[in-house]
Write a protein that binds this ligand. Structure first.
Ligand code: FAD
Ligand code: DHB
Length: 389
């Protein structure tokens, strides 16, 4: 098979990119390892920046998001005693949208057939070839048969563990990485949220986050050691821990319920440079990971896709090869700023096993400063709603 752009991975990055290119009449094939239900079953991001919601609107796929999503004009940092409200709308003029990654993915998946976006699910042994030539191709196997797709560009949207990044030779690449000594244990439950806005709490016992998916579905997280076993966290223990860490006000309003989903995610900062090698372009988690504090991962995938779609549309519509050549630098400039914000908020809000009393007092002083300074709150707010493209 021949196409103009082969996209590896049908997560949010691959699907968004596929739709943006199809909207311009560019030929695209998306190759995904998993089945559709598996892709939809992963409970991940919950907070969308305006850059991300704007992309859904530009595609004409934002109707359900606006009907069912919850626009938020503020969130809270908690320091064990008080809630510090960051009024993002007053400070930046922008809101964020609470709308789950699963819903974004569903909207993009469901619109694929009518827009002629071909997605091949359950593709095994996906491999990239000749990416530094003018004729890259992708091979995969399905039902015992091996297939080959010839393309002009291969786009690696296959997440942190996918094969695309590994197709860039080590001699031209550099990876930057920080692994944090803890993870997030998340619970999803059909109970009303304990607060109408998100709460990020730094408690002596560790970080906790109160989030939501709707007015009747809550999402919570607690910081746990990396080697923690999920079996050691029956629902009651998790609810007790959340009530302690989120503080008395949230605890008083917390409704408990059985877990629909419970999982542990490790925390990592990671950037891979460059994000283009020849005719291979990387976007989203395949090129970078942020720790989830600050809700940047999916939004960064969306901003990569914005830059990448502009570059490929420029190439196919105007023969502009410079845009393709400039993609990596453009995307990385924004990636590093989001990495900085996520790293800083992670350091501010978590208990580090090797942290001493001085480190703790620094966190308390910084939270106290944020509570008293509109300048500090503005810095946090403008990063939280998303830096300009
Ligand atoms: P992925 O979603 O990982 O998609 C990659 C796709 O490629 C998958 O469908 C995968 O099956 C496929 N694939 C993998 N290997 C292959 C292969 N060999 N061949 C073919 N296909 C392959 N981000 C936010 O912005 N806000 C948040 O609130 C937020 N909260 C989070 C909470 C948690 C607990 C976690 C874990 C993450 C969170 N994130 C958040 C991050 C966000 O989920 C990711 O950044 C986002 O999923 C990245 O999208 P992607 O399309 O790049 O990668
Ligand atoms: C959620 C996840 C985050 O990482 C975050 O910062 C805010 C919300 C969530 O899953 O709802």
């Amino acid at each position: 098979m021949k196409t103009q752009v082969a996209i590896i991975g049908a997560g949010p990055a691959g699907l968004l990119l596929g739709h943006l290119l199809r909207a311009e009449g560019i030929e695209v094939v998306v190759i995904e390892r998993a089945a559709p239900d598996y892709v939809l079953g992963r409970i991940r991001a919950g907070v969308l920046e305006r850059t991300t919601t704007d992309l859904m609107d530009r595609l004409g796929l934002g109707a359900r998001m606006h009907a069912e999503g919850l626009p938020h004009d503020g969130f809270h940092l908690a320091d064990g005693e008080r809630l510090i409200r960051i009024d993002i709308e007053a400070l930046t003029g922008k809101k964020v949208m609470v709308y789950g990654q699963t819903e974004v993915t569903r909207d993009l998946m469901e619109a694929a057939p009518e827009r002629g976006l071909e997605i091949i699910y359950e593709a095994g042994d996906v491999a990239l070839h000749a990416v530094d030539s003018d004729a890259p191709y992708v091979t995969y196997s399905k039902d015992g048969v091996t297939y080959r797709i010839d393309a002009q560009f291969a786009c690696g949207c296959d997440g942190f563990h996918g094969p695309s990044r590994k197709a860039v030779p080590a001699s031209v690449a550099k990876a930057y990485e920080k692994v944090y000594p803890f993870g997030w244990l998340g619970i999803l439950a059909d109970v009303p949220p304990c607060h109408h806005e998100l709460i990020y709490a730094n408690h002596d016992r560790g970080f906790a986050l109160a989030s939501m998916r709707s007015e009747s579905r809550s999402r919570y997280y607690v910081q746990v050691p990396l080697d923690e076993k999920i079996e050691e966290w029956p629902d009651d223990r998790l609810w007790d821990e959340l009530a302690t860490r989120l503080g008395p006000e949230a605890a008083a309003n917390m409704t408990r319920g059985p877990a629909l989903e419970k999982s542990i995610a490790p925390l990592r900062s990671f950037v891979f440079e460059p994000m283009r090698h020849g005719r291979l372009m990387l976007a989203g988690d395949s090129a970078h990971i942020v720790p989830p504090t600050g809700a940047k991962g999916l939004n960064l995938a969306a901003s990569d896709v914005h830059y990448l779609s502009e570059a490929l549309i420029g190439y196919f519509k105007r023969g502009d090869a410079d845009a393709v050549a400039g993609y990596s630098d453009k995307a990385l400039a924004r990636v590093w700023k989001s990495e900085r914000f996520s790293w800083q908020l992670t350091k501010l809000m978590h208990r580090f096993p090797d942290g001493d009393a001085f480190d703790r007092r620094m966190q308390v002083a910084e939270l106290d400063y944020i509570a008293s300074s509109l300048a500090a709150q503005t810095t946090i707010a403008e990063n939280y709603v998303g830096l300009p493209l």
